[in-house]
Design a protein around this ligand. Structure first.
Ligand SMILES: Cc1cc2nc3c(=O)[nH]c(=O)nc-3n(C[C@H](O)[C@H](O)[C@H](O)COP(=O)(O)OP(=O)(O)OC[C@H]3O[C@@H](n4cnc5c(N)ncnc54)[C@H](O)[C@@H]3O)c2cc1C
Length: 411
């Protein structure tokens, strides 16, 4: 058996998604060294299409961190969204714009998560020459309740490694192993909600038909119209959770999108699919506390939101801002006080985002799509909430304030 190689770093980070990479960047700026371990290859994580909406505080943070040059050049600033629905059953759908700029004086930026990841990897590896170990396996955390935790792994070439750290961060997403390690102490609580639907997502080479995102409430189910660039649209359909994307031909997907997004005067641009359609389940989950000893959970490792509120990546980045500050204060000699407050500070924002994501999901999806009789009470409530949201400045402001992102530390 080959001998395990020993390494040392102040912080060990598992996962090179938005949480892990932003944490590594914020620590590097504060003079704290870290090693990032990632199960996949660099090309895989750079091509993984997921979220695309950056809240205003996320954009500010990436600018402060010095990794927003391309984002500022290529990101698409949006100052509103449209809610599309029929005012009465069977009537034509209409758009109702939620004007973020007018209501809260801020907006969001459309910029793909994989572009954020590419920028962070280029900054860390190509510009700064700092380590990211790709294609690692058998990752395990050790001694997390001591002040000398470590991480072991097997590298792509089969060699065995151990990283000795002061702090370890579980940024390994929903399917990673860090949450189980945090739970092994017995005081982790997991709160969950599942939804009776999923999203079928497609990426198409088609110029956006509209400048802003459209959230459509339709009798056949929810549809979302969004974009990634002036040439590429990202579209979603509410589907049953057990849907096999292979059952959906391109023609069927476009037909369904045309139906659910129909509005007098609206033409949906079609184009070739740039990747295979995928189905994403809808789930809410919060695991807390987000700390066990010197192991800290961040991002999807600790919480999941349904994507209707566009909060997942933004929450991951908000978590690691708090964690980076706590670690920086620790190395500045301020002790573990920042560590003690980490979970509670993050969970306040997490629960606000959980509520907003649940609210948007509940208002916009059909819980009984395709049924003849439907659920008149449920749909009546949804339509009442939609009408209220677009006719009351107070209600519209609440949606806008949550959508663009409350300032970090505000809740
Ligand atoms: C399929 C999918 C589609 C999504 N679509 C949308 C969307 O359309 N809109 C939206 O707002 N949000 C969406 N989200 C949510 C959003 O993308 C996430 O909230 C965001 O990626 C969270 O960032 P993260 O860094 O916490 O986790 P992740 O981005 O999941 O990163 C975790 C990283 O850890 C790595 N990893 C896992 N296990 C290990 C291990 N054992 N060792 C080493 N590395 C490991 C993974 O490969 C990954 O690179 C989607 C999420 C998923 C999973």
């Amino acid at each position: 058996m080959t001998q395990r190689r020993e390494h040392r770093s102040q912080v060990g980070i598992v996962g090179a998604g938005p949480a892990g990479l932003v944490l590594a960047k914020l620590l590097a700026r504060a003079g704290v060294d870290s090693v990032v371990l990632e199960a996949r290859s660099r090309s895989y994580v750079e091509a993984r299409v997921r979220a695309g909406v950056l809240e205003a505080p996320t954009v500010e943070l990436l600018r402060e961190a010095g990794v927003a040059d391309r984002l500022d050049r290529e990101g698409m600033p949006h100052s509103g969204i449209a809610l599309r629905f029929a005012d009465a059953p069977g009537g034509p759908a209409q758009d109702h714009r939620i004007d973020f700029a007018d209501l809260v004086g801020k907006g969001i930026t459309v910029y793909g998560q994989q572009e954020v990841v590419k920028d962070l990897l280029a900054d860390r590896i190509d510009d700064a020459g700092l380590p990211v170990e790709f294609e690692v396996s058998d990752v395990e955390f050790h001694d997390v309740t001591t002040d000398a935790p470590s991480i072991t792994w097997t590298a792509a070439d089969g060699s065995a490694h151990r990283l000795h750290c002061d702090v370890v961060a579980g940024c390994d997403g929903f399917h990673g192993g860090s949450r189980a390690v945090a739970g092994a102490g017995g005081d982790l609580t997991v709160a969950e909600r599942s939804y009776p639907f999923a999203w079928l997502g497609v990426l198409a080479k088609a110029a956006p038909t509209t400048d802003e995102l459209v959230y459509a409430h339709h009798d056949r189910g929810f549809a979302l119209y969004s974009m990634r660039s002036p040439e590429v649209t990202r579209l979603y359909l509410q589907v049953p959770p057990e849907t096999d994307p292979g059952d959906w031909s391109e023609a069927r997907i476009w037909d369904e999108l045309q139906t659910r997004l129909a509005r007098p005067g609206f033409t949906l641009n079609e184009g070739e699919f740039l990747e295979k359609p995928g189905v994403t389940g809808m789930r809410s989950m919060v695991a807390g506390p987000m700390r066990r000893g010197r192991l800290f959970l961040a991002g999807d490792a600790a919480h999941i939101v349904p994507p209707t509120g566009a909060k997942g990546m933004n929450l991951a980045i908000a978590d690691v801002r708090v964690l980076a500050e706590a670690i920086t204060r620790f190395y500045a000699g301020a002790g573990e006080g920042g560590f003690d407050g980490y979970s509670e500070t993050c969970l306040r924002r997490v629960w606000r985002a959980e509520h907003f994501s649940w609210f948007m999901t509940s208002m916009l999806h059909r819980f009984d799509p395709g049924t003849e009789a439907g659920d008149p009470f449920g749909v009546g409530l949804q339509r009442a909430q939609l009408r209220y949201t677009v006719s009351s400045r107070a209600a519209a402001t609440s949606l806008a304030e949550n959508y663009v992102g409350l300032p970090h530390g505000a809740v």
